[in-house]
Design a protein around this ligand. Sequence first.
Ligand code: S3P
Length: 160
Amino acid sequence: MKVFLIGFMGCGKSTKAKQLANRLDCSVIDLDAVIVAAQGKSIADYFAENGEAAFRTLESNTLKNYDYPETCVVATGGGLPCFFDNMEWMNANGRTFYLQMTPPQLVSRLHNREKRPLLKGMDDEQLLAFVELKLAERNAFYTQAQMVVNAFDLDVEELL
Ligand code: S3P
């Protein structure tokens, strides 16, 4: 079984994926890290050099063509469920969990903004406005997940 963790930047997908995989004694795959390793550059550099549209195509191809082990937990990039048929593909190929948080909770956790191209240079106020807007757009995709979980203070045992 493949478990896909989805949700906005800062909701804790990578950390929870590691904890869950540890607990299930299976592999963890971070799709952003797969892209960084394959491209030999950071996501921020990839965005800057090729633009967002190219990144979204690469991200979707990576999701669909990765050679997944039989059982694994997959952390996805925050925008991934919202492009092409990625959400439908994940629902058809595994179990999907939306790690949900409110905009203020997300802002309080988004410290390292420079490595995230969409958040570069924003102060707290701009970030809150951006998160509110983007989350409202993205919720239609995120809520297609098979399970919606309150991710704030989420214990991995609960997720399990
Ligand atoms: C993005 C989220 C990032 C990364 C890219 C775009 C987004 O992943 O894929 O910067 O559109 O929300 P994280 O959610 O792991 O930060």
